[in-house]
Design a protein. Structure first.
Length: 109
């Protein structure tokens, strides 16, 4: 048996392959291979997602509209968005500096 045809990761991880005497022609090997194939087929059929061709009704409380900006809790197109955004970012950036100044100049207990 030539090891040149095997992938390199099989040779590195597991060493050379073992010779299995007489298992190729046995009925046990064929039934074992069949059961593995049958198990693999049934699990893929069960785990496959079922997509429906009909559209979800929007009157249902369990379906929400799709599309850009529909999942945001704010409206990025309002005229106050820029002010709120930069105010939020400035608060997050300058808060550690403000806390450090407060801790530096507060009176010792």
């Amino acid at each position: 048996m030539s090891f040149d045809l095997l992938p390199a990761y099989l040779l590195c991880r597991h060493g050379p392959p073992r010779k299995l005497e007489g298992i190729r022609n046995s009925k046990l090997a064929n039934s074992s291979m069949f059961s593995h194939a049958a198990t693999r087929t049934t699990t893929t059929l069960v785990s496959r997602r079922a997509f429906h061709a009909t559209r979800a009704r929007m009157s249902s409380p369990y379906h929400y509209p799709d599309g850009a900006y529909s999942n945001l809790p704010f409206n990025p197109h309002s005229k106050w968005f820029t002010l709120g955004y930069w105010g939020f970012m400035a608060t997050g950036f300058f808060a550690p500096f403000g806390i450090a100044v407060y801790q530096t100049y507060k009176s010792a207990p």
